[in-house]
Design a protein around this ligand. Structure first.
Ligand SMILES: [Zn+2]
Length: 234
């Protein structure tokens, strides 16, 4: 279906309700509709959603994309919101990462593959987070009168963090090690607040306002910063 400059992919299948999806990064539009829905009804439906579609497409376009990494000298890598230039040093010893002034020095064997370099760096980011999180949890446990049983650090495609209300555990995205520390703290507080209130209702917002009055600033900061293209979904 074509509406002005908008191409809409229509898939009719054995379903009861009509679904509309806008996909990143180009903002491709797909509608899944029941077999008995007529072309005219579909057209009216899509027209009624045009403003929403445009808004989603604009969001994808304005999202600044971080280029895929090649792990070569002088490439930018972020640690706690600060930019470092990658420096590859050859060694026969086990791999090592050090921050020296504005350089992130990766010492590895000369034949190390790109995938392996990425894995070494990811593990290092995860370790940085694992070291930073306990102090934040401790600080906020006493302020919020809530207890975190366990925390996990892992790669997540679509979220900065998540929380399991029943097991009292929180999960944090490895990518947070690239963002300013205050952003990590905001996500920790957000997930800990879920231990008090599982949904994003008005009580949740009220608790966030009470614990961290500037939380919206950090949320916007996280949304503004580059995200890894291949790891981001909506
Ligand atoms: Zn949440």
């Amino acid at each position: 279906m074509k509406l002005n400059d908008l191409d809409v992919e229509i898939v009719q299948k054995n379903i009861k309700h009509v679904h509309l999806c806008v996909y990143p990064p180009e903002g491709r539009v797909k509608v899944s509709a029941p077999f008995n829905m007529t072309h005219d009804t579909l057209r009216v439906f899509v027209i009624s959603k045009l403003a929403w579609i445009k808004k989603q497409q604009l969001k994808f376009r304005s999202q600044e994309r971080e280029a895929p990494r090649e792990y070569i000298d002088r490439e930018s890598h972020y640690v706690w919101g600060k930019r470092y230039l990658l420096k590859i040093e050859e060694t026969e010893a086990p791999p090592k990462i050090e921050l020296k002034h504005n350089k992130l020095v990766l010492s590895i064997r000369s034949e190390t593959s790109q995938e392996r370099k990425q894995a070494i760096l990811e593990a290092w980011y995860r370790e940085n987070l694992k070291q930073a999180i306990p102090a934040l949890i401790e600080k906020w446990q006493s302020r919020m009168s809530v207890h975190v049983n366990r925390f996990y650090v892992q790669s997540m495609k679509t979220k900065w963090g998540s929380c399991s209300y029943h097991s009292g555990s929180i999960r944090l995205n490895t990518e947070l090690a690239k963002k300013p520390l205050a952003c990590l703290e905001y996500i920790v507080v957000h997930e800990m607040t879920h231990l008090l209130e599982p949904t994003h209702n008005s009580r949740f917002i009220g608790l966030m306002d009470q614990f961290m009055p500037k939380w919206r600033f950090y949320r916007d900061e996280l949304n503004r910063l580059p995200v890894r293209y291949e790891e981001w979904g909506y």
